[in-house]
Write a protein that binds this ligand. Structure first.
Ligand SMILES: [Zn+2]
Length: 278
């Protein structure tokens, strides 16, 4: 056993030595300009590539499947990861500070900056069932409220029902496309979800758009006033940009709620809604 072990360690020494004398970049395609490498989220290493000094060996420490990257809120960058083409360098984070254990007191400003009409409800900045743990997702709801009026569900969304104290959502959306900023803290809108650490009340912004919810056919958005639907898209886009929420984490309540079928809102197509966010 001893002699085998000795031989093995000698062999290792030889291999290490051989490597150090002919150091090369892991792929000749990864020999790229340092500026390009850093823009992709990679790290450059000098001395491993032929050519001018700014051409260096680029490698990535966050190689992963593009879908996994998107779910984490990152942007996939091709060309600097080994393996199949779906494995790419995941550039995480936009550099913006993410909300952690805080009240979302910038909601009104975010929507206004997007050119939307915003009505702040008195006391919204301190309203909520405690603080938000984070903002990892946005849940799309409809109120299933009265068939007429701009935002007749305001009182219910703000103050709650007999069985569920308000606020029931941070944001409301009226039939005119006007946004109602109701609460900055945690709201009871999600219930049990497919993953509460992402879509639960502590981690998800809830938007209750005024709508009867009928017919509940899950196709298109033809039962919604265009001005309201367009405002829904613009507002969600603005919130996504502000909080770094990927489109894959903008779900309809009907998609996030468990058990499946517990919720039917919204009654427009979420596939179409998400396509409009891109
Ligand atoms: Zn809902």
């Amino acid at each position: 056993m001893f002699s085998v072990g000795l031989l093995a360690s000698l062999f290792c020494l030889v291999v290490i030595h051989a490597r150090s004398t002919s150091a090369q970049c892991w792929s000749k395609n990864a020999c790229i300009a340092t500026s390009v490498c850093s823009a992709k989220g990679g790290t450059s290493k000098a001395g491993l590539c032929p050519g001018p000094t700014q051409i260096q060996c680029c490698s990535c420490s966050t190689c992963m499947d593009v879908k996994t990257c998107s779910a984490k809120g990152g942007k996939s960058q091709p060309g600097i990861c080994p393996g199949p083409s779906n494995v790419q360098c995941c550039k995480l984070g936009s550099g913006k500070p993410k909300p952690v254990n805080t009240m979302l007191t910038n909601l009104a400003a975010i929507l206004r900056r997007a050119g939307l009409r915003v009505l702040e409800q008195p006391g919204w900045k301190t309203r909520g069932h405690g603080k938000m743990a984070s903002v990892k997702s946005i849940l799309i709801h409809h109120t299933a409220g009265p068939s007429k009026g701009e935002y007749p569900s305001l009182g219910v969304v703000r103050d709650g029902r007999k069985d569920l104290p308000g606020p029931l959502a941070q944001l409301g959306l009226g039939r005119s496309g006007t946004w109602y900023v109701i609460a900055a803290g945690r709201c009871y809108h999600a219930g049990k979800t497919i993953n509460d650490s992402i879509f639960g009340n502590s981690n998800s912004i809830g938007i209750e758009a005024e709508g009867t919810g009928t017919p509940s056919d899950n196709t298109g958005h033809r039962y919604w006033p265009p001005v309201q639907w367009n405002s829904y898209v613009r507002g969600v886009k603005a919130l996504q940009a502000a909080y770094g929420v990927p489109t894959a984490r903008v779900l309809g309540h009907k998609e996030a709620a468990v058990p499946k079928g517990r919720k039917v809102d919204p009654n427009f197509s979420m596939t179409e809604f998400r396509a409009a966010l891109r």
